[in-house]
Ligand binder design. Sequence first.
Ligand SMILES: Nc1ncnc2c1ncn2[C@@H]1O[C@H](COP(=O)(O)OP(=O)(O)O)[C@@H](O)[C@H]1O
Ligand SMILES: [Mg+2]
Length: 404
Amino acid sequence: MSQPYSFRDHQNVALVMLPVGPAHEGERPMMSSNFLTLDGISKRYGVLNALESISLDVARGEFLTLLGPSGSGKSTLLAVLAGFTEPDRGCVSLNGDDITRLPPEARRFGVVPQGYGLFPHLTAYENIAFPLRVRRTLRTRIDNRVQEVMELLQIEGLGDRLPMHLSGGQQQRVALARALSFEPDLLLLDEPMSALDASLRRDLQAELVRLHRQVGTTFIHVTHDQQEALALSDRIVVLNQGRAEQIGSPRAIYDRPASRFVASFLGKNNLLDTIARVGADGRLQFHWHGHRIAARPGAGRLTPGPCVLVVRPEAILLDPVRGGASHSDERVRGKVVSRTFLGASTDIIVAIGDDILMVTLPAAAPPIVPGEDVWLTLDSERLWCLPGGAPPCELSSVSSELAA
Ligand SMILES: Nc1ncnc2c1ncn2[C@@H]1O[C@H](COP(=O)(O)OP(=O)(O)O)[C@@H](O)[C@H]1O
Ligand SMILES: [Mg+2]
């Protein structure tokens, strides 16, 4: 049986991805479109669609992140870009030239493979110099360039060390230095933080942003960590089962998810099945447990019928019923299931009928305890509406009800 593909399998190939043209010297170009284009990229492994018709334009100088759960096709897409994997269908072009079938070594792309792929028997210096040696760069130029990238990555004193004598964070810096040593047109990074602990990961995230600004090269970065994707990227491609579910800025993806999958993958969103109906004032309202919430223009797909309301846990207000707050159309009663102290905030789980909602309150929230009855108010300004998944018969009964 074939093993799942991994960049690890190609560590050594990654090291000989050499520039064929003149080295990229001097001024860094500004962001512009039509730098890298993917058009209908598909890849199957047996019956499995690892990639399904991925189309994407990447601007020069962009920091793009491929985000998705394990097995969603992130590494396969990176391998197609690097030239390690040939797609079954579709085309990759760089500056207008079709490079779909160009071998890896003929692309000017640097790669930081998952696990870094450093040569264990070479010193940090020799690892970094390797891509330059293979392209027969002059010895003095190699020395200058290695010193330059070591300075850039702040690893000047580590040149003589073997990878086994470097910490995880230092190995990552050496791998980045090696991938950048030949001034690639594009840097491909496969889960570069996954081997690091949480605090080191935060440091290196900041480092990666600084590096991107400083060198100006286009970065395509793979992660399964939504926080990391939001923090680092100009744009994010959310992958699910080989499909690009949404492509957009971190803000757009967070605030305006295009699908149920994106809404649940980014953050702790509550997804509520509701019905949207036209109210007496002619405006659309969401009906949920006898509660009516006015729809705000621009809050997603606003048409009558079944819909999924995406409600951020921080967009819900809670009032204890014991506090005397009375029932109104705009509140719904629920029961507190649990309360979790998280330092800067508190997470509260509330049950309303069959629905379970996550509510995030500031640390100074009123002392609401498990078992207590509460009124919930959804902040209508912060709701987002997706098409509902109800069967068509329900849709038609709702439309006939509305037509009546
Ligand atoms: N060489 C291969 N042979 C068979 N299946 C593969 C191969 N490479 C990847 N796959 C499958 O394709 C899917 C996507 O894999 P991958 O791109 O590695 O996902 P990710 O990097 O998002 O975790 C997975 O189901 C994986 O098992
Ligand atoms: Mg992967």
